[in-house]
Design a protein around this ligand. Sequence first.
Ligand SMILES: NC(=O)c1ccc[n+]([C@@H]2O[C@H](COP(=O)([O-])OP(=O)(O)OC[C@H]3O[C@@H](n4cnc5c(N)ncnc54)[C@H](OP(=O)(O)O)[C@@H]3O)[C@@H](O)[C@H]2O)c1
Length: 298
Amino acid sequence: MQAIRSLFIPKWSSDVRLDGKTAIVTGANVGIGKETAKDLAGRGARVILACRDMAKGEQAARDIMREVNGAKVVARQLDLADTKSICQFAENIYNTEKALHCLINNAGVAMCPYSITVDGYEMQFGVNHLGHFFLTFLLLDLLKHSAPSRVINLSSAAHAMGKIQFDDLSGEKDYHPVRAYAQSKLANVLFTRELAKRTEALDVMAYSVDPGIVSTDITRHLWRPLVDLVKTFSFLVKTPAEGANTTVYCTVTPESQLHTGGYYKDCASAESSRAGQDDGTALKLWAVSCHLLGIRWR
Ligand SMILES: NC(=O)c1ccc[n+]([C@@H]2O[C@H](COP(=O)([O-])OP(=O)(O)OC[C@H]3O[C@@H](n4cnc5c(N)ncnc54)[C@H](OP(=O)(O)O)[C@@H]3O)[C@@H](O)[C@H]2O)c1
């Protein structure tokens, strides 16, 4: 089984250290985010676990400190479904951190029944795209000041099924949980491309990541028999630590070996869908996102 697994799940490791670097990982209390935070802490980085539930965030910080000798991790409250919480989080970061070298926009909600954020956006578009878009906007000065720095956006292979429904971004007319997830994950790819264009000259690089099929709780809203069926193909399903590898790869690989704005999977450059390469849609999404959030980001 191990031999078959290694055909589908390539092994990757690196001994690059991150001493003196600071990273933020959103949704770091469980799953891929927690493993990403643990890996970065093991490399010497100071890691801020941005979690909506502080009890879970603090528990995750304790777990990491127990497992990683000398880990420098701290949990901070961030609810990506609430722009006020995002502002408070960013303010707290500016008050406490001198630098930010890597922002990992990892948190996500997948295929949930229709619901809306505090600000009235459909939950998946609101959290997965708009929340991270706003967070990045607010933290960009610190990323610029700390350059070279990086923004890593967790997308998914599901982005390939996505379409940005500009006439119904909030799914009010016609909501489908899978379509809304795919739209939000396509938005992650498009945001990365447009961000990279705007920040490359500032030495702030941007990458989007497909972590693969990873055994986490992200499937909580999916039909259980389907989830169980996929899990029987265990050679296809990554552990959370394996799922974190491509994010870590994009964090530690020298800039010269990566392509800013690019899409990565299995610790290598990959091609996103055609829709994921549509610069016109990326630009329009940027403008619409700014409009919805009431911000000016040129
Ligand atoms: N697992 C996969 O197979 C897979 C495949 C492709 C892409 N991805 C992507 O990988 C990323 C990580 O997913 P995962 O599999 O590790 O999922 P997970 O175990 O369900 O973790 C999701 C994280 O996001 C947090 N979160 C959800 N809503 C939030 C909000 N409003 N504000 C702040 N944090 C929020 C969750 O916090 P709570 O614990 O408080 O809910 C949790 O920490 C996601 O972006 C997902 O789309 C995963």
